[in-house]
Write a new protein. Structure first.
Ligand SMILES: [Zn+2]
Length: 406
C-alpha cells in the first residue's frame, strides 16, 4: 500500500470577475483532480487552528499530521533546520528576506516594493548575504545564506518576544508601522537599516537596476522561533515517509519528522517549477521503501503573492498534468494499491495576494474502491457542496492511513 499527499500551496481562491466568476481551480484544466473528486471522498477541511496566523508552516504541519497548537514554535526554526543550522535552546531563528524598498533617505519613511526582490537568483543573493556577513555578523547575531530571497538570521542568548510582519503582507505600504518591535525590536530595526546602507550601492544591485530588475536593497526580518521538538513520523504513524519538495520550510518539516527529503534538480520553489521532476522523485522515494510520500508545490502560492493569475492557473494545470496524472497511472500500471490526499494548505486569494485561514477543498481517494461523498469536480464550491467538513487538519492523515474516509 502506498500513500501520496499532493499539496498545491495556496491553490484555493475566491471567484474572480475576469474568470466569469470562477476561481482559478474552476478555470484550470484539471481532468485528473476531477476524476479523484468524482470517485473519492470530497469535502472541506480547516488546516489552520482557530486563532493561528494562516502560515504555510502551521498549515503544512497540520496536513502532515502534527497539531500546530502542540508543535508550532515559529517558521524560521523549521527553515533553519533545513539549511543545516544547529540551533541551541537559547537561539532564536528569524527568517531574513532580501526585499526591495523605495529610496527615501530616512529608512522608516520607505515603502515595501517587492518582498522577494523579483525572486532574485540564489547566486546573486548569496553574494549579497556573504557581503552582509562580513560587515554585520557578531558573536550572538549570525546570518546564514539560503535559497533565492529566503535567508536566516540566528540570535544567540535570547528568547522570542519580538513582533514582526511578513513582507508579502505589506506590498506597496510604508514600512514604519511594520518594523520589528518588542524584545529585540530596536536592535533588529538597526540591523535592517544597516543592511540597506550596505546593499543600496552594491555592484550587484547597480547591475540589477541597470537591467530594470528590483534591487535586493534590504533585509526584512519575520517569523521568529526556537527549535521545535517533533516526534518522528514513523513513531506517530508507523510508516516510512519521504517528501518531494523544494522550499526550506517543507524540507525542514521533513527533517524534523525523520522523513527523507532528497534534492530535486529543477524544483525551484518559485512561480515556475519542474512538476514532472517532483513526480519522478516521489516515485523513486516509493521504490526506495517509502510507504508515504508528501509532494509539495509552492508555485500557486508564489503566483498569487505576485498577483499573477495566468501563472497561478498554469501552476494548477501543471500539478494536475505532471503530478496527479503520472503518479496515478504509474501506480495503476504496477497494480500497487494506493491512496491519495489532494488539497492546498490554505487559500491565497488573488484579490488580496496573501493567505487566509479559511477551510480548503480536499479529496481522499483509494484505488481499490470508490468512496463517498463524491464531488462533481475538484473545486472550492463542488467540495463544499458535499457538506463534509473536517475541523482539524491532522484528522485527514489519520483517515488516509485508516481508510475510513468519511
Ligand atoms: Zn502556503
Amino acid at each position: 500500500m502506498k500513500y501520496i499527499i499532493i499539496l498545491g500551496d495556496g491553490m484555493a481562491d475566491l471567484p474572480i470577475e475576469n474568470l466569469g466568476g470562477r476561481t482559478p481551480l474552476q478555470a484550470a484544466k484539471t481532468p485528473c483532480m476531477d476524476e479523484l473528486a468524482k470517485r473519492g471522498t470530497a469535502g472541506m477541511v480547516r488546516t489552520i487552528p482557530e486563532g493561528m496566523p494562516p502560515g504555510s508552516d502551521a498549515a503544512n504541519m497540520s496536513v502532515m499530521g502534527y497539531d500546530p497548537s502542540i508543535y508550532y514554535t515559529g517558521r524560521a526554526p523549521i527553515e533553519a533546520v533545513s539549511m543545516g543550522i544547529n540551533l541551541n535552546p537559547s537561539d532564536v531563528a528569524i527568517r531574513c528576506n532580501l526585499s526591495t524598498v523605495s529610496d527615501e533617505p530616512v529608512y522608516e519613511n520607505k515603502t515595501m516594493l517587492d518582498f522577494s526582490a523579483g525572486e532574485i537568483p540564489t547566486e546573486q543573493a548569496n553574494a549579497l548575504i556573504r557581503y552582509l556577513i562580513e560587515h554585520l555578523n557578531e558573536k550572538h547575531m549570525r546570518l546564514y545564506p539560503g535559497i533565492s530571497f529566503r535567508h536566516c538570521l540566528v540570535l544567540g542568548n535570547t528568547a522570542v518576544g519580538t513582533r514582526f510582519t511578513p513582507p508579502h503582507d505589506i506590498m506597496g505600504k510604508p514600512i514604519r508601522p511594520y518594523l520589528p518591535e518588542g524584545l529585540n525590536g530596536t536592535r533588529l530595526t538597526e540591523f535592517q537599516r544597516h543592511s540597506y546602507e550596505l546593499l543600496k550601492d552594491h555592484p550587484i544591485n547597480l547591475e540589477r537596476k541597470a537591467r530594470y530588475e528590483p534591487a535586493a536593497n534590504t533585509c526584512w526580518l519575520w517569523g521568529e522561533g526556537t527549535r521545535p521538538a517533533m516526534k518522528p513520523f514513523k513513531e506517530l504513524y508507523g510508516l516510512n515517509a519521504g517528501a518531494a519538495c523544494a522550499v526550506d520550510l517543507i524540507k525542514g518539516l521533513a527533517i524534523l519528522t525523520g522523513m527523507k527529503a532528497p534534492h530535486i534538480p529543477g524544483a525551484t520553489g518559485g512561480k515556475r517549477t519542474d512538476c514532472a521532476a517532483k513526480a519522478r522523485a516521489a516515485l523513486r522515494l516509493m521504490d526506495e521503501g517509502c510507504d508515504l510520500v508528501y509532494i509539495h508545490v509552492e508555485a500557486p502560492d508564489e503566483s498569487a503573492h505576485a498577483g499573477d493569475l495566468d501563472c497561478k492557473i498554469e501552476a494548477i494545470e501543471a500539478i494536475d498534468r505532471d503530478i496527479v496524472g503520472p503518479v496515478m497511472n504509474c501506480l495503476r500500471k504496477r497494480s500497487e494499491e494506493f491512496r491519495i490526499l489532494l488539497l492546498p494548505d490554505h487559500p491565497t486569494p488573488m484579490s488580496i495576494r496573501t493567505h487566509t485561514a479559511g477551510p480548503v477543498p480536499f479529496v481522499l481517494y483509494r484505488s481499490d474502491r470508490d468512496t463517498s461523498p463524491h464531488a462533481k469536480a475538484y473545486s472550492e464550491a463542488d467540495c463544499a457542496d458535499t457538506e463534509l467538513f473536517i475541523p482539524e487538519g491532522p484528522m485527514l492523515m489519520k483517515r488516509l492511513i485508516s481508510g475510513e474516509f468519511s
